[in-house]
Design a protein around this ligand. Structure first.
Ligand SMILES: NC(=O)c1ccc[n+]([C@@H]2O[C@H](COP(=O)([O-])OP(=O)(O)OC[C@H]3O[C@@H](n4cnc5c(N)ncnc54)[C@H](OP(=O)(O)O)[C@@H]3O)[C@@H](O)[C@H]2O)c1
Length: 98
């Protein structure tokens, strides 16, 4: 598994589940070296976020739910693997181009 390029796509990535649970859990695994490398995490949601705004929003969640203390350098590294794709699942063209 390690060394195998891996992409995780999260649908509904601007929602509470992603911010409260999924990204903090993935960040914890990353800190323990338990994720594939290289890894990309692509968030999919309707909000018009840039990659940077989405990373910032996820970082706020990690901070709020307590996993960031003393780990801002690790977060900065992890956050670089995160990107965002804006679209609506009700719009087939958004799915085909993602
Ligand atoms: N929150 C939890 O702790 C938790 C725990 C267990 C299970 N769940 C389950 O997990 C699911 C998600 O929960 P959540 O709390 O994250 O919900 P939420 O906060 O309401 O978020 C919903 C997400 O889905 C996106 N979305 C909705 N309709 C969409 C569409 N047509 N096209 C693209 N994106 C769309 C929203 O995008 P925008 O915000 O950009 O519009 C948002 O990212 C639910 O089924 C919930 O029951 C949640």
């Amino acid at each position: 598994m390690f060394g195998q390029p891996t992409t995780i796509v999260i649908f509904g990535a601007t929602g509470d589940l992603t911010r409260r649970t999924l990204i903090p859990a993935l960040f914890q695994l990353a800190c323990k070296g338990r994720l594939p490398d290289p890894l990309r995490i692509v968030g999919f949601g309707r909000r018009d976020y840039s990659d940077d705004r989405f990373r910032e929003f996820m970082g706020e969640g990690v901070q709020e739910f307590g996993q960031l203390a003393g780990r801002t350098g690790e977060w900065d590294t992890f956050a670089r693997s995160i990107s965002y794709f804006q679209g609506d699942l009700e719009t087939p063209a958004n799915i085909n181009s993602s």
